[in-house]
Write a protein that binds this ligand. Structure first.
Ligand SMILES: Cc1cc2nc3c(=O)[nH]c(=O)nc-3n(C[C@H](O)[C@H](O)[C@H](O)COP(=O)(O)O)c2cc1C
Length: 370
């Protein structure tokens, strides 16, 4: 059994990727009964909150990439989903550069007020230089993008939790600024971040509430958890950890593996290779070469956040056991993508979540028994 790095005994949480960009979550021409429009997304969100999902994560893209030809904007789309649900928390992705913290803080505070405190934010640092060039945004190099993101997060938290907020950063400055009304969530709206590099982990261990990382095997995840938890402890900061996974659960393992094979067989090679080239500006370009996609193969890149690597592919029992193994190494949340979202979210809620809860209870009893 892997050692338990999870300091809390809380239930592992589930989030799903909001398909607010076209093409689904895989760069493949396989048939997908997933739609990027709002009607489908409202029904999906309603199904998710009834099936054990606490969070939904939206995506921000300004231009097409890896087959995502159309992309709805993340904050307004998140608000529309919140308006159609009752308890789901929706995480709006925000990219420093196009967004400024003053605007983001105000926009999100209002959404928080309108939705009974259910909005969250994912600060992404940017991986696609072509996109920044296309919209006339400067492209700071890898670690500098994290310097900016960290200032962005410190600004958000300061604005949301203090009156007369002052901040004198390299990228952002605030003088005696008081936001009213503040968000309903106190002390502030939850802040997530995405990325795997050393710079990403360092930022998480200082300022983020949640660290979201690409899919990976158990060992790869465990290394990140240990690194972040050690650094966070030294900084007297608490951060939770979420891992991406492309989930394929079927009644038999053979069926699940066959779906994976079909996705890969129908991969769109041009789009996958173009994406692979673009990612070299991102994780692989970090000084240590440890970021997202640093070691991704062609097949990994067919799911654009390495979601196959987490291996939540199999029967309900196999997948539930692997989820609990991830919890045992310190993971707090599974960020799930699916091929046919609504129907698979329902199947997951019906077949996998109850097994996870049973296994978690068993593990807690074992732990208490020593
Ligand atoms: C779960 C997750 C979600 C992300 N969502 C977005 C997004 O919506 N838009 C975007 O431009 N980048 C997104 N990113 C990319 C990251 O912000 C970051 O640029 C990328 O992971 C490379 O970071 P690294 O070099 O620190 O690993 C996401 C990353 C992760 C792990």
């Amino acid at each position: 059994m892997p050692e338990n790095n999870n300091s809390n005994t809380e239930e592992i949480r589930f989030a799903y990727w909001v398909p607010n960009v076209s093409g689904g979550l895989v760069v493949s021409n396989i048939e997908q009964r997933t739609d990027w429009g709002i009607d489908y997304n409202r029904r999906l969100a309603q199904a998710a909150e009834k099936n054990g999902f606490d969070y939904a994560l939206s995506q921000i893209r300004f231009t097409a990439g890896y087959g995502a030809e159309y992309q709805h904007e993340s904050v307004s789309f998140s608000h529309a989903i919140l308006a159609a649900t009752e308890k789901l928390k929706v995480i709006a992705a925000i990219l420093p550069g196009p967004w400024k913290p003053a605007l983001a803080a105000k926009q999100l505070a209002t959404i928080d007020q309108l939705t009974n405190g259910r909005v969250a934010v994912n600060i992404v640092s940017g991986w696609f230089k072509g996109e920044f060039d296309a919209i006339g945004e400067a492209w700071p190099e890898h670690d500098e993008r994290y310097v900016r993101s960290e200032e962005f997060i410190r600004s958000l938290k300061g604005i949301w939790s203090q009156d007369h907020f002052n901040f004198d950063g390299k990228y952002y400055q605030f003088k005696d600024y008081t936001l009213k009304p503040k968000p309903l969530q106190q002390p502030h709206i939850e802040v997530f971040q995405g990325g795997s590099s050393r710079a990403a982990r360092d930022m998480a261990s200082r300022v983020s509430d949640w660290y979201l990382t690409n899919g990976n095997n158990l060992e790869g995840i465990k290394e990140q958890v240990i690194d972040i938890r050690e650094k966070a402890k030294a900084n007297n900061h608490q951060v939770k950890i979420g891992v991406n996974a492309f989930v394929i659960v079927r009644d038999t393992e053979e069926e699940a593996q066959a779906v994976l094979q079909e996705i890969i067989d129908h991969a769109n090679p041009e789009a996958v290779n173009a994406f692979g080239d673009a990612t070299r500006q991102a994780g692989a370009a970090s000084p240590e070469g440890e970021g997202n996609w640093a070691k991704s193969t062609f097949e990994d890149l067919v799911q654009y956040n390495d979601g196959f690597k987490t291996n939540l592919i199999g029967t309900p029992q196999q997948v539930a056991e692997r989820i609990v193994a991830l919890k045992q190494v310190g993971v707090d949340l599974i960020l799930a993508g699916f091929l046919h979202f609504i129907e698979e979210v329902e199947y997951f809620g019906e077949k996998v979540v109850p097994l996870v809860r049973e296994l978690e209870t068993q593990k807690t009893i074992e732990l208490r028994a020593g």
